[in-house]
Design a protein around this ligand. Sequence first.
Ligand code: KG4
Ligand code: ZN
Length: 315
Amino acid sequence: MVVDGRVARSSVVASQVELHAQYGGIVPEVASRQHLLNIIPVIEAALAEAEVTLDDIDAIAATRGPGLTGALLVGYSTGKALAYARGLPFLGVNHLEGHVYANWLVEGDEPRFPALCLVVSGGHTDFVLMEGHGDYRRIGGTRDDAAGEAFDKAGRLLGLGYPGGPAVSKLAATSGPSDLKLPRAWIHGTYDLSFSGLKTAVLHTVRAGEYDAGQIAWEFQEAVVDVLAGKTTRLARELEVAEVLVAGGVAANARLREELRARCPVPVRIPPAVYCTDNAAMIGAVAGHRLALGETSEFDEDVFSTNDWDNIDRR
Ligand code: KG4
Ligand code: ZN
Protein backbone atom coordinates (compact mmCIF):
# COMPACT_ATOMS: atom_id res chain seq x y z
CA MET A 1 0.00 0.00 0.00
CA VAL A 2 1.65 3.19 -1.22
CA VAL A 3 0.63 6.81 -0.62
CA ASP A 4 1.25 9.42 -3.36
CA GLY A 5 3.86 7.20 -5.05
CA ARG A 6 6.34 8.04 -2.29
CA VAL A 7 5.45 6.41 1.02
CA ALA A 8 5.13 2.64 1.41
CA ARG A 9 2.68 2.03 4.24
CA SER A 10 3.10 -1.74 3.74
CA SER A 11 4.98 -4.07 1.40
CA VAL A 12 4.18 -7.76 1.68
CA VAL A 13 6.33 -10.23 -0.26
CA ALA A 14 5.36 -13.91 -0.43
CA SER A 15 8.76 -15.44 -1.06
CA GLN A 16 8.87 -18.62 -3.09
CA VAL A 17 12.60 -19.06 -2.56
CA GLU A 18 12.30 -22.22 -0.45
CA LEU A 19 9.83 -23.78 -2.87
CA HIS A 20 12.08 -23.18 -5.89
CA ALA A 21 15.34 -23.97 -4.10
CA GLN A 22 14.55 -27.69 -4.33
CA TYR A 23 14.56 -27.39 -8.15
CA GLY A 24 17.68 -25.16 -8.28
CA GLY A 25 15.74 -22.37 -10.02
CA ILE A 26 12.26 -21.08 -10.82
CA VAL A 27 9.81 -23.56 -12.40
CA PRO A 28 7.26 -21.31 -14.17
CA GLU A 29 4.15 -23.39 -13.63
CA VAL A 30 4.98 -24.03 -9.97
CA ALA A 31 5.46 -20.24 -9.56
CA SER A 32 2.05 -19.44 -11.13
CA ARG A 33 0.22 -21.97 -8.98
CA GLN A 34 1.87 -20.60 -5.86
CA HIS A 35 0.86 -17.06 -6.88
CA LEU A 36 -2.72 -18.25 -7.11
CA LEU A 37 -2.55 -19.54 -3.54
CA ASN A 38 -0.80 -16.45 -2.18
CA ILE A 39 -2.48 -13.54 -3.93
CA ILE A 40 -5.56 -12.99 -1.73
CA PRO A 41 -3.75 -13.52 1.61
CA VAL A 42 -1.02 -11.10 0.43
CA ILE A 43 -3.58 -8.41 -0.48
CA GLU A 44 -5.29 -8.87 2.90
CA ALA A 45 -1.98 -8.67 4.74
CA ALA A 46 -0.94 -5.52 2.82
CA LEU A 47 -4.20 -3.79 3.80
CA ALA A 48 -3.98 -4.96 7.41
CA GLU A 49 -0.36 -3.87 7.80
CA ALA A 50 -1.17 -0.43 6.42
CA GLU A 51 -4.21 -0.31 8.75
CA VAL A 52 -6.62 0.48 5.90
CA THR A 53 -9.51 -1.27 4.15
CA LEU A 54 -10.36 -1.38 0.44
CA ASP A 55 -12.64 1.63 1.08
CA ASP A 56 -9.52 3.78 1.59
CA ILE A 57 -7.92 2.75 -1.72
CA ASP A 58 -8.01 5.20 -4.69
CA ALA A 59 -6.51 2.98 -7.42
CA ILE A 60 -5.11 -0.49 -7.99
CA ALA A 61 -1.91 -1.36 -9.85
CA ALA A 62 -0.30 -4.60 -10.97
CA THR A 63 2.85 -5.55 -12.89
CA ARG A 64 2.29 -6.00 -16.62
CA GLY A 65 5.74 -7.36 -17.44
CA PRO A 66 8.36 -8.23 -18.43
CA GLY A 67 8.40 -11.45 -16.41
CA LEU A 68 7.04 -14.97 -16.30
CA THR A 69 3.70 -14.82 -18.10
CA GLY A 70 1.79 -17.26 -15.89
CA ALA A 71 2.80 -15.47 -12.71
CA LEU A 72 2.05 -12.04 -14.22
CA LEU A 73 -1.42 -13.17 -15.29
CA VAL A 74 -2.36 -14.07 -11.72
CA GLY A 75 -1.51 -10.62 -10.30
CA TYR A 76 -2.76 -8.72 -13.33
CA SER A 77 -6.13 -10.50 -13.48
CA THR A 78 -6.65 -10.14 -9.74
CA GLY A 79 -5.77 -6.44 -9.86
CA LYS A 80 -8.12 -5.80 -12.78
CA ALA A 81 -10.97 -7.78 -11.18
CA LEU A 82 -10.62 -5.92 -7.90
CA ALA A 83 -10.47 -2.53 -9.58
CA TYR A 84 -13.44 -3.34 -11.82
CA ALA A 85 -15.55 -4.63 -8.94
CA ARG A 86 -14.76 -1.58 -6.80
CA GLY A 87 -15.08 0.94 -9.65
CA LEU A 88 -11.48 2.09 -9.19
CA PRO A 89 -8.88 3.14 -11.77
CA PHE A 90 -6.46 0.36 -12.74
CA LEU A 91 -2.80 0.78 -13.74
CA GLY A 92 -0.67 -1.87 -15.45
CA VAL A 93 2.95 -1.07 -14.58
CA ASN A 94 6.19 -2.01 -16.29
CA HIS A 95 8.24 -4.24 -13.95
CA LEU A 96 11.56 -2.51 -14.70
CA GLU A 97 10.10 0.96 -14.35
CA GLY A 98 8.96 -0.30 -10.94
CA HIS A 99 12.55 -1.13 -9.97
CA VAL A 100 13.65 2.41 -10.90
CA TYR A 101 10.79 4.00 -8.91
CA ALA A 102 11.83 2.13 -5.75
CA ASN A 103 14.15 5.14 -5.49
CA TRP A 104 11.11 7.38 -4.92
CA LEU A 105 10.18 5.35 -1.83
CA VAL A 106 13.24 6.65 0.02
CA GLU A 107 12.52 9.46 2.47
CA GLY A 108 13.87 12.92 1.72
CA ASP A 109 14.33 14.87 -1.51
CA GLU A 110 13.03 13.35 -4.74
CA PRO A 111 15.54 12.06 -7.29
CA ARG A 112 16.67 14.76 -9.73
CA PHE A 113 16.85 14.57 -13.54
CA PRO A 114 18.70 13.83 -15.71
CA ALA A 115 19.42 10.59 -13.87
CA LEU A 116 21.51 7.62 -14.94
CA CYS A 117 19.70 4.40 -13.97
CA LEU A 118 21.67 1.21 -13.45
CA VAL A 119 19.07 -1.56 -13.58
CA VAL A 120 20.56 -4.84 -12.39
CA SER A 121 18.17 -7.74 -11.88
CA GLY A 122 17.95 -11.45 -12.62
CA GLY A 123 16.81 -10.78 -16.17
CA HIS A 124 18.22 -7.34 -17.02
CA THR A 125 21.39 -5.29 -16.85
CA ASP A 126 20.71 -1.93 -18.45
CA PHE A 127 22.13 1.59 -18.39
CA VAL A 128 19.20 3.93 -18.92
CA LEU A 129 19.17 7.71 -19.14
CA MET A 130 16.05 9.11 -17.46
CA GLU A 131 15.29 12.74 -18.31
CA GLY A 132 11.85 12.97 -16.69
CA HIS A 133 8.99 10.84 -15.41
CA GLY A 134 8.40 8.04 -17.92
CA ASP A 135 11.17 9.35 -20.19
CA TYR A 136 13.85 6.68 -20.71
CA ARG A 137 16.63 5.96 -23.19
CA ARG A 138 18.68 2.76 -23.00
CA ILE A 139 22.31 3.57 -23.65
CA GLY A 140 23.95 0.24 -22.99
CA GLY A 141 23.91 -2.91 -20.95
CA THR A 142 24.74 -6.57 -21.08
CA ARG A 143 25.18 -8.33 -24.38
CA ASP A 144 24.59 -11.75 -22.82
CA ASP A 145 23.91 -12.72 -19.19
CA ALA A 146 22.29 -10.29 -16.76
CA ALA A 147 24.29 -9.56 -13.59
CA GLY A 148 21.81 -11.45 -11.37
CA GLU A 149 21.80 -14.37 -13.78
CA ALA A 150 25.62 -14.46 -13.58
CA PHE A 151 25.41 -14.55 -9.76
CA ASP A 152 22.82 -17.34 -9.95
CA LYS A 153 24.94 -19.39 -12.36
CA ALA A 154 28.12 -18.87 -10.31
CA GLY A 155 26.15 -19.94 -7.22
CA ARG A 156 25.07 -23.12 -8.93
CA LEU A 157 28.65 -23.90 -10.06
CA LEU A 158 29.82 -23.42 -6.46
CA GLY A 159 27.12 -25.79 -5.21
CA LEU A 160 25.19 -23.03 -3.42
CA GLY A 161 21.41 -22.77 -3.25
CA TYR A 162 19.06 -20.62 -5.31
CA PRO A 163 19.08 -17.63 -5.61
CA GLY A 164 22.83 -17.43 -6.08
CA GLY A 165 23.26 -13.69 -5.46
CA PRO A 166 22.83 -13.56 -1.69
CA ALA A 167 24.55 -16.97 -1.29
CA VAL A 168 27.65 -16.00 -3.33
CA SER A 169 27.86 -12.69 -1.51
CA LYS A 170 27.63 -14.41 1.90
CA LEU A 171 30.35 -16.90 0.95
CA ALA A 172 32.56 -14.11 -0.43
CA ALA A 173 32.34 -12.33 2.93
CA THR A 174 34.07 -15.33 4.58
CA SER A 175 37.04 -14.95 2.23
CA GLY A 176 39.27 -12.22 0.81
CA PRO A 177 41.67 -11.44 -2.03
CA SER A 178 43.88 -14.28 -3.27
CA ASP A 179 46.07 -14.70 -6.34
CA LEU A 180 43.02 -15.91 -8.27
CA LYS A 181 42.10 -13.37 -10.96
CA LEU A 182 38.93 -13.69 -13.02
CA PRO A 183 38.34 -11.70 -16.25
CA ARG A 184 36.57 -8.32 -16.49
CA ALA A 185 35.02 -7.77 -19.93
CA TRP A 186 35.24 -4.02 -20.44
CA ILE A 187 34.16 -3.91 -24.14
CA HIS A 188 35.99 -0.61 -24.59
CA GLY A 189 34.40 2.18 -26.55
CA THR A 190 30.84 1.12 -25.70
CA TYR A 191 28.54 1.23 -22.70
CA ASP A 192 27.94 -2.48 -23.07
CA LEU A 193 28.85 -5.25 -20.68
CA SER A 194 29.28 -9.01 -20.87
CA PHE A 195 29.27 -11.61 -18.11
CA SER A 196 29.35 -14.88 -20.07
CA GLY A 197 33.19 -15.05 -20.17
CA LEU A 198 33.33 -14.57 -16.42
CA LYS A 199 30.83 -17.40 -15.95
CA THR A 200 32.95 -19.72 -18.12
CA ALA A 201 36.08 -18.74 -16.16
CA VAL A 202 34.30 -19.71 -12.92
CA LEU A 203 33.39 -23.06 -14.48
CA HIS A 204 37.02 -23.78 -15.46
CA THR A 205 38.34 -22.66 -12.08
CA VAL A 206 35.88 -24.87 -10.20
CA ARG A 207 36.76 -27.84 -12.43
CA ALA A 208 40.52 -27.30 -11.99
CA GLY A 209 39.97 -27.42 -8.22
CA GLU A 210 42.90 -25.12 -7.41
CA TYR A 211 41.01 -22.56 -5.36
CA ASP A 212 38.49 -22.86 -2.59
CA ALA A 213 34.87 -21.84 -3.09
CA GLY A 214 35.26 -18.75 -0.86
CA GLN A 215 38.13 -17.39 -2.98
CA ILE A 216 36.16 -17.97 -6.17
CA ALA A 217 33.06 -16.28 -4.72
CA TRP A 218 35.13 -13.30 -3.58
CA GLU A 219 36.88 -12.78 -6.91
CA PHE A 220 33.69 -13.39 -8.92
CA GLN A 221 31.84 -10.72 -6.93
CA GLU A 222 34.78 -8.30 -7.29
CA ALA A 223 34.82 -8.85 -11.07
CA VAL A 224 31.08 -8.10 -11.43
CA VAL A 225 31.19 -5.12 -9.08
CA ASP A 226 34.34 -3.70 -10.69
CA VAL A 227 32.80 -3.66 -14.18
CA LEU A 228 29.40 -2.36 -13.04
CA ALA A 229 30.82 0.39 -10.82
CA GLY A 230 33.53 1.28 -13.36
CA LYS A 231 31.14 1.69 -16.29
CA THR A 232 28.52 3.51 -14.21
CA THR A 233 31.13 5.99 -12.98
CA ARG A 234 32.37 6.69 -16.50
CA LEU A 235 28.85 7.12 -17.83
CA ALA A 236 27.78 9.42 -15.00
CA ARG A 237 30.76 11.67 -15.77
CA GLU A 238 30.30 11.65 -19.54
CA LEU A 239 26.55 12.22 -19.46
CA GLU A 240 26.83 14.86 -16.71
CA VAL A 241 23.82 13.47 -14.88
CA ALA A 242 22.49 14.94 -11.65
CA GLU A 243 22.22 11.56 -9.92
CA VAL A 244 22.70 7.84 -10.33
CA LEU A 245 19.67 5.67 -9.47
CA VAL A 246 20.43 2.01 -8.83
CA ALA A 247 17.65 -0.56 -9.16
CA GLY A 248 16.90 -4.31 -9.23
CA GLY A 249 17.77 -7.32 -7.08
CA VAL A 250 21.55 -7.06 -7.53
CA ALA A 251 21.40 -3.52 -6.08
CA ALA A 252 20.96 -5.32 -2.73
CA ASN A 253 24.62 -6.38 -3.02
CA ALA A 254 26.64 -4.66 -0.30
CA ARG A 255 29.93 -4.56 -2.26
CA LEU A 256 28.21 -3.03 -5.29
CA ARG A 257 26.55 -0.38 -3.10
CA GLU A 258 29.87 0.42 -1.45
CA GLU A 259 31.88 0.70 -4.69
CA LEU A 260 29.27 2.79 -6.52
CA ARG A 261 29.12 5.24 -3.62
CA ALA A 262 32.92 5.39 -3.39
CA ARG A 263 33.59 5.90 -7.09
CA CYS A 264 30.73 7.92 -8.63
CA PRO A 265 31.24 11.65 -9.12
CA VAL A 266 27.54 12.44 -8.45
CA PRO A 267 25.12 11.36 -5.68
CA VAL A 268 24.21 7.67 -5.87
CA ARG A 269 20.75 6.69 -4.71
CA ILE A 270 20.06 3.04 -3.87
CA PRO A 271 16.82 1.83 -2.26
CA PRO A 272 16.98 -0.26 0.93
CA ALA A 273 17.57 -3.93 0.04
CA VAL A 274 13.90 -4.89 0.59
CA TYR A 275 12.88 -2.50 -2.19
CA CYS A 276 15.67 -3.67 -4.54
CA THR A 277 14.44 -7.25 -4.97
CA ASP A 278 10.97 -7.75 -6.47
CA ASN A 279 8.24 -6.14 -4.38
CA ALA A 280 4.81 -4.54 -4.79
CA ALA A 281 5.63 -1.15 -3.26
CA MET A 282 7.81 -0.19 -6.25
CA ILE A 283 4.84 -0.87 -8.56
CA GLY A 284 2.71 1.39 -6.33
CA ALA A 285 5.39 4.08 -6.60
CA VAL A 286 5.07 4.15 -10.41
CA ALA A 287 1.27 4.02 -10.20
CA GLY A 288 1.12 6.99 -7.82
CA HIS A 289 3.23 9.12 -10.15
CA ARG A 290 1.28 8.11 -13.24
CA LEU A 291 -2.02 8.72 -11.50
CA ALA A 292 -0.87 12.25 -10.62
CA LEU A 293 -0.31 12.78 -14.39
CA GLY A 294 -3.85 11.51 -15.08
CA GLU A 295 -2.65 8.24 -16.60
CA THR A 296 -4.62 5.03 -16.06
CA SER A 297 -4.83 1.72 -17.98
CA GLU A 298 -7.68 0.19 -19.92
CA PHE A 299 -9.22 -3.05 -18.73
CA ASP A 300 -8.61 -4.77 -22.08
CA GLU A 301 -4.79 -4.71 -21.93
CA ASP A 302 -2.82 -7.96 -21.90
CA VAL A 303 0.37 -8.70 -19.95
CA PHE A 304 3.63 -8.61 -21.91
CA SER A 305 7.12 -10.06 -21.67
CA THR A 306 9.16 -7.88 -23.99
CA ASN A 307 10.89 -4.76 -22.85
CA ASP A 308 11.80 -1.66 -24.77
CA TRP A 309 13.01 1.22 -22.61
CA ASP A 310 12.79 3.72 -25.47
CA ASN A 311 9.04 3.10 -25.86
CA ILE A 312 8.16 2.22 -22.33
CA ASP A 313 4.63 0.95 -21.98
CA ARG A 314 2.54 3.28 -19.80
CA ARG A 315 -0.82 2.43 -21.25
O1 KG4 B 1 14.88 -7.83 -9.30
P1 KG4 B 1 14.86 -9.22 -8.81
O2 KG4 B 1 14.33 -9.50 -7.42
O3 KG4 B 1 14.06 -10.16 -9.75
C1 KG4 B 1 14.12 -9.96 -11.16
O4 KG4 B 1 13.39 -9.07 -11.63
O5 KG4 B 1 14.95 -10.65 -11.79
O6 KG4 B 1 16.36 -9.75 -8.93
C2 KG4 B 1 16.72 -11.06 -8.58
C3 KG4 B 1 18.21 -11.25 -8.82
C4 KG4 B 1 18.65 -12.70 -8.67
O7 KG4 B 1 19.43 -13.04 -9.78
C5 KG4 B 1 19.46 -12.68 -7.39
O8 KG4 B 1 20.50 -13.64 -7.37
C6 KG4 B 1 20.01 -11.26 -7.38
O9 KG4 B 1 18.96 -10.47 -7.87
N1 KG4 B 1 20.37 -10.81 -6.03
C7 KG4 B 1 21.65 -10.52 -5.66
C8 KG4 B 1 21.59 -10.18 -4.28
N2 KG4 B 1 20.29 -10.27 -3.87
C9 KG4 B 1 19.56 -10.65 -4.96
N3 KG4 B 1 22.80 -10.53 -6.35
C10 KG4 B 1 23.92 -10.19 -5.70
N4 KG4 B 1 23.96 -9.86 -4.38
C11 KG4 B 1 22.83 -9.86 -3.63
N5 KG4 B 1 22.89 -9.53 -2.33
ZN1 ZN C 1 12.52 -7.57 -10.72
